[in-house]
Design a protein. Sequence first.
Length: 270
Amino acid sequence: MKPILEAPFLVEMIRTTTNMYNHGWDERNGGNISLLLDGKEVAQYLDVRHVIRTIPTGFTAPELDGRYFLVTGTGKYFKNVEVAPDVNLGIVRLADSGRQADLLWGFSDGGQFTSEFPAHMMSHVARLSVDPANRVVMHCHPANLLAMTYVHDLDERAFTRTLWQMCTECIVVFPEGVNVLPWMLCGTNEIGEATAEKMKTARLVVWAQHGIYGAGKDLDETFGLIETAEKAAEIYLKIAHLPLLNTISDDAMHQLEKRFGIKARAGYLD
């Protein structure tokens, strides 16, 4: 059996959580990540027959039965993942149609997965139905995107167009745009279901006055997706109070579509 702390998926998770904390996206215990793992790869590092304990999930997800996830813990600080990964992270396998999670490694202090676990799993189901290669769901609190939800129309087309107009790369990185939810109580199945529905049409879902959910094929892609949207929001906040003399026109964005072989969300460009 290979040492678990040398597993590439664990090394990358530690690097990503540390980077997110250093970006200021995950203050205190804010934010959470779940990474869908390959069962055969997990078996190289753990005895998958040995279940440490079973944790009720509070939801059902038969589509994920038997799937393995590396997930951040509830109440855990991202800044501590690097120094104590076995306390702040856990590897679980869903069972009983997703009603329970078998803990195979981690949460060694008796903890458990993030309170947003239902929202993550529902989003995984949604994204896998659209793109089977999507394996990451990432939630964090980027300050500029969060601030933008206080001063910008939350209409998804308007919100997306503003972000697209801030940086040339935005329409290339997230051509499907950004979906937006009004403020909802976090940690509930209701916000999980609403987020999952939004995830069917976009990999970015903004939670107004709270943060953002991102999904992608790997940790790097998902981090970069959020990073790009956050940079655009930062630029918007720097110029929103000033007279706008120039912008990226719809014609220019159509040129970007052709140049990079992408297609903007239908109806979002004139």
